[in-house]
Structure formats: structure tokens, C-alpha cells
Design a protein around this ligand. Structure first.
Ligand code: ADP
Ligand code: ZN
Length: 436
């Protein structure tokens, strides 16, 4: 295969070269960070007064972790490392788990970020010939503008449509013969289920690729997307604290996501002890900015759980690959004392062919016990069959779930379109226990 690169030299640099770049950039980043009140204090406490105090990459471990709470406490300017005059853009997280946080970019930061996204896009085989429908929300959320700038650098034809308005999205896809989508996986599945309503068939569309990200999804969900739409779906990972999309992205081989290691130092840690784990072991992803100076963040605890692949990718890129996000340290449900991640449930139900494109997880109390209800949409023709068939399907789903999460779930079958949909990040879990 002819492998496409945006910047071959850096993308295929050997480990020694990458580490040399990392050390140089880490020093520079620390010298920037220390200009912010937050890092001045934090780094001062561990005896670091400038980048020169970092002699090797191992010295990174002297620096304490930064948490989401630190970002919130230093709102609005406690982590800003330049004068406001040098700030050309402000972004903010979507606030899935509470108060949003704010990020500042200088002109150079935006340029660096754009470059990373151009790499991501090119690594999937997309080119300037593609028509790119950017269906992520524009605005304070980083998803829309981030990819927009990257796509522009690559020279794609961009349709900056943003999120929402399903019918119009489908119509625009047809009118402009869109070839590449940027979208959340849940919304893409929803779009597929609405094609018929708009009276447009898959054959009238030209889509061949989708960049899917911003929310957790299993390999089985990816396979479902690829099969239903006959496209290639590439996983895209990022978070606003570390710029947004462009932290890690899948290449043409689609075997998990290259983390751009000249722009980020990635560590996988044991969340409880803070110990750094070796490649292959699952833990919390910790990231350090290397090319953002208006507001650098050091050793950010993302709360995302994943592992790094120890082996090389066939594409020749040397930047290590991060696994699919396996859960968030804060999305684990404890149900009658058993730990359950929503991703375990999704993985099981999405491999059952009768299950459609949407589902939701409910937790409430029945008496003193927790009750887990998994609501799934199934294809319409199944509702026309015998009631006994539906019962058999329910039981099959229940058994599949029990084999993975060791819990007896209540399974509810719904018609397509019955469960709530989101045009951005899906809300899969409704936990009502605290409200009861
Ligand atoms: P918020 O924390 O408010 O949702 P962001 O909008 O920055 O803020 O979202 C970043 C988070 O979204 C990540 O930390 C991760 O949990 C999730 N995320 C982003 N991309 C992916 C992906 N490809 N797979 C799984 N989760 C993802
Ligand atoms: Zn690769």
C-alpha cells in the first residue's frame, strides 16, 4: 500500500529522534508554563524554576499531575501563560461532567494544532479531492473548528455545517456529494436510520469515510457503522484541555490511534497509585502538551482509560498507538457492588444483529437493590413477528450481558426512534439512584 503522510520525516522519526524533540519541547513548555500563576506555584513546590531543571524525560515524573479540578479552580486565567493580547482564540470543554473549563490559544498554538489535524486527515487517505462535511458543533466546543482548520490545510472542500438538523445534513450530503464526514458515532447511526424518511438512499450518496469521535464507542459499533453505510470509520480522540481533536487518530490500517508524540507526551498510569505503567497495560491516560504555549498543561489526568500498543504499526509511523477508550474513571457504575463500565454493555449489545442503532442504560432502585435496565432499539420488522420471538431475543440479550457484566439486567426492546437521540455527544447512561 502506498502510505500517505503529511510530514513523513516527523511521522516516521525513530524513537531517539522523537525523544530528543520531546525533551527540547518539554523544556520550552515548562519555561512557558511557569509564567502562569498555577504552574509557578506547582513547579516551585517541586523545585523546578525553569525548563533548564529538566535534564531528561524521566524528570517529567517529578511534576505532579494536573486534574480537571485544577482547571476549574484556576478559572478563568490561573493557567494562562501569556498576555491576553497574544491570545487569538478561546475554547471551552463541553462540560459533560460539570462546569466547563477554558483553554487559550496563541497564533502559533493554532498553527501547531492545525498541523496535527492535517496529519490525522492525511493518515486516513483523505486528500484535497475530498468533500468534507463537518458535522461537529462549531463554537466553543473544539470539535468543529479544530477539524475545519486541519481540513483547510489539506485543501479539502469543506462544508462547515456543524451539528444537528438531520434532514438537511442528508440533503447536503447528496447535493454536494460529500465523501468524508466528521461526526459522533451515535449521530452517524441516527443519520443512517433517517435516510428513508428523507427519501434518499445510500446509493445516491458518495460518502466513503467518516472520522468518528468525541464519545466512547466499541469496535462493534464501528463495524456496524461500516457495514450499514459501506464506509471506513476512523476513530478520532482528543479533549479540549489538550487542544481538542488531533491528539490521536487512526491511520489507514484502523488498528487504533497514533498519538502524535512530538506534540504530546503520553503516559498510562495506575489512577490510584500514580505509578506509570508499561505499554500494553490498561490505565488512565495522562497527557502533556509540547506545542502549546498560551496555556500549556502538564501531566493532565484525562480520566480516560486505555492502553498503548507496544508493537509497530504497518504504516511506518513510529508514534505509538493508543487503544480505543475503554471507559472513563468517572463513568464506572457500581451496581449492587459490582463494577460495570457502559462500554462493556455497548460492546455486547452491538454485536447482536437484531439490535438497531440506539440504546440507553438506566439505573434505579427496586426496594433496597440497584436495578439495571438496558433499553435497546430493534429493527421494525421484528415487531411484526411472534411475541415469543421477542421474548427469546430479550433473553438472549440478557444472557449475553450476564456473561460479560455478571449482572441480571432488565432488557427492554423498543421500536426505532423511540429512544432519545443526541446530535452531538450521546447521553447513554441515566442514573436515577441519587434522585430517588
Ligand atoms: P468533556 O469532558 O466536557 O466531554 P471534551 O468535549 O473535551 O470535554 O471531551 C473530551 C472527552 O471526550 C475525552 O476525555 C473522552 O472521554 C471523550 N472522547 C473524545 N474522543 C473520544 C473517542 N474517540 N473515543 C472515546 N471517547 C472519546
Ligand atoms: Zn499506522
Amino acid at each position: 500500500m502506498d502510505i500517505p503522510y503529511w510530514n513523513k520525516e516527523i511521522e516516521t522519526a525513530d524513537r531517539a529522534t522523537l525523544e530528543k524533540i520531546q525533551l527540547e519541547r518539554l523544556r520550552k513548555t515548562i519555561s512557558s508554563a511557569i509564567r502562569s500563576p498555577f504552574y509557578k506555584r506547582m513547579l516551585g513546590e517541586v523545585g523546578i524554576s525553569s525548563g533548564d531543571d529538566i535534564k531528561s524525560l524521566n524528570d517529567l515524573r517529578r511534576i505532579p499531575f494536573t486534574t480537571k479540578d485544577d482547571l476549574r479552580k484556576s478559572f478563568p486565567k490561573g493557567m494562562m501563560a501569556v498576555d491576553m493580547e497574544q491570545v487569538v482564540r478561546i475554547h471551552s470543554s463541553s462540560g459533560t461532567t460539570g462546569i466547563p473549563t477554558v483553554i487559550y490559544f496563541s497564533m502559533e498554538d493554532i498553527k501547531n494544532w492545525t498541523d496535527l489535524l492535517a496529519r490525522c486527515i492525511v493518515s486516513t487517505g483523505a486528500t484535497s479531492k475530498d468533500v468534507f462535511q463537518n458535522m461537529m458543533t462549531y463554537g466553543l466546543f473544539t470539535g468543529g473548528l479544530g477539524l475545519h482548520y486541519g481540513a483547510e490545510a489539506v485543501g479539502m472542500t469543506i462544508i462547515p455545517i456543524g451539528g444537528g438538523n438531520t434532514k438537511r445534513q442528508i440533503k447536503v450530503m447528496k447535493d454536494f456529494q460529500t465523501t468524508v464526514l466528521h461526526i459522533t458515532p451515535s449521530y452517524l447511526l441516527h443519520i443512517h436510520s433517517k435516510l428513508g424518511d428523507v427519501g434518499i438512499s445510500r446509493d445516491e450518496l458518495a460518502i466513503s469515510k467518516a472520522f468518528v469521535g468525541a464519545e466512547p464507542h466499541s469496535e462493534n459499533t464501528r463495524l456496524k457503522i461500516q457495514e450499514l453505510l459501506n464506509i471506513d470509520a476512523y476513530n478520532s480522540y482528543g479533549l479540549s484541555e489538550l487542544n481538542g481533536p488531533g491528539v490521536a487518530f487512526e491511520c489507514v490500517y484502523k488498528k487504533d490511534m497514533h498519538v502524535w508524540e512530538d506534540a504530546y507526551i503520553v503516559e498510562i498510569i495506575d489512577s490510584e497509585t500514580g505509578e506509570v505503567l508499561e505499554d500494553g497495560r490498561e490505565g488512565e491516560v495522562v497527557l502533556t502538551n509540547l506545542v502549546r504555549h498560551a496555556m500549556p498543561i502538564l501531566r493532565y489526568k484525562t480520566r480516560d482509560l486505555a492502553f498503548l500498543h507496544p508493537d509497530k504499526c504497518e504504516c511506518g509511523r513510529t508514534h505509538r498507538r493508543l487503544s480505543r477508550i475503554l471507559g472513563r474513571t468517572d463513568d464506572m457504575l457500581i451496581i449492587n457492588g459490582v463494577n460495570v463500565f457502559p462500554s462493556q454493555i455497548e460492546e455486547k449489545i452491538m454485536q447482536i444483529p437484531e439490535v438497531g442503532t440506539n440504546y440507553q442504560i438506566h439505573v434505579d432502585k427496586k426496594g433496597s437493590l440497584d436495578r439495571l435496565t438496558v433499553k435497546v432499539e430493534i429493527y421494525p420488522k421484528l415487531f411484526m413477528g411472534e411475541a415469543s420471538q421477542l421474548d427469546a431475543l430479550k433473553n438472549r440479550i440478557k444472557e449475553e450481558l450476564r456473561s460479560s457484566i455478571v449482572i441480571n439486567a432488565v432488557v427492554e426492546l423498543h421500536e426505532p426512534g423511540a429512544l432519545p437521540v443526541s446530535e452531538g455527544k450521546a447521553q447513554r447512561v441515566v442514573d436515577q439512584r441519587s434522585k430517588l
